[in-house]
Design a protein around this ligand. Sequence first.
Ligand SMILES: Cc1cc2nc3c(=O)[nH]c(=O)nc-3n(C[C@H](O)[C@H](O)[C@H](O)COP(=O)(O)O)c2cc1C
Length: 307
Amino acid sequence: MDRIPCFLAPMAELSHRGLRELIEEFGGCNEYFTEMISAGGLLAEGPFEKFYIDTGPRPEKTVFQLVGGALSPMVKAAGILDKLDCAGIDINMGCSAPIIRKSGAGAAWMSDIDRAGELISGVRSVVKRRLSVKLRIGLKDDFEYLARFCRRLESAGADMITLHPRLITEKFKRRARWDYVSALKRELGIPVAGNGDIITAEELAQRTNNKLCGCDAVMVGRAAVRQPWIFAKVLDPALSPNIEQTGFRFLELLARYQPPEFHVSRAKRFFGFFCDNLKWGNFVKNKLNREETLAGIERVWKAGVSV
Ligand SMILES: Cc1cc2nc3c(=O)[nH]c(=O)nc-3n(C[C@H](O)[C@H](O)[C@H](O)COP(=O)(O)O)c2cc1C
C-alpha cells in the first residue's frame, strides 16, 4: 500500500539527537524536526547551540525549527541554519506558550498576516532549502482566516505548511480537528502536513494511507516519545519492542549526545511519556521526578520496570 511520509514533530527538550538515534534504531521515519531553536540564542552563540544544531544521525532527513519574534534575527538565523547540513528550515508560528507569544514569537505571528508574510519573504531570500511553517488554526475558529493566512505564506515563498489543527488557546484535551487539514490542503498549491492526537501505530497507519489521508504527510509528537517504534510498527504491526531495554538505550544515547547540564531535565521529559508503557507508570514517573542525577533516574527505571 502506498503511504504518505511520517515526520517526528518538533518538541522542546524531546526532539534532540538522542531521540532521533533511538527512532532510527527501530527503522526511522521520513523526517525529523528539531526542537525549536531560538533565533536570538543561535545568534548569541551560546555554549549549548552546538547541541541544538546537531542534525545527527540523519542530517539529510532533519529539519531545523526556528523560533523568534523579530524579523531581522529570524532572517539572519535562518541564513546560518540553511548553510548547515539539513533537509530544510521550519518556522514556528504555532507555539502557544505564553512566554513565547508575549515575545511576538510562535503563534503570535498568526495575528498579523502582513507581518507573517514579510517574515516568510525575508527568510525565503536567504533559504535555499525547503522552507516550511508549522502553525495552528488561529485565535478563533475561522477557517477563512486560516486559509487566507496560509495563502499569504505560500505567495511569500513557503514550500510546505504543517497544521496542528487546534486553536491557539486550546490545550490537548480538545481533539485536533483533522478535517481542517484536508480542507486547508484544498486551498493551497503547496503540500500540507497534518499533526495531532495520533496515539497508536494503527491510527498512524490509517492516517498515512494514501487513499484516506487527505494531506501530504503526517507528523507525530507525543506518541513517538511513548513509542519510539511507532513508525516501524506501521510497517511491521507484529513488532514487539523491549520496553526495559529501550528505556536504558535512551539513557545511553542521551548521555552520549547531550551536554551533562541537559541530562536530568531531558530524561524526565522523556520518561514523563515513556513511563506510560508501564502498569505502574505514574508511580515510577513520580519517583523518577524526585531524582537529581542520571544514575538515580536509571536506578528508578530499573526498579520500576521490573515490578
Ligand atoms: C513537550 C512538548 C514540546 C513541544 N515543543 C514544540 C516545539 O518546540 N515546536 C513546535 O512547533 N511544537 C512543539 N510542540 C507541539 C508538537 O510539535 C505537536 O504539535 C503537538 O504535540 C501535537 O502533536 P501530538 O498530538 O502528535 O503530540 C510541543 C509539544 C510538546 C508535548
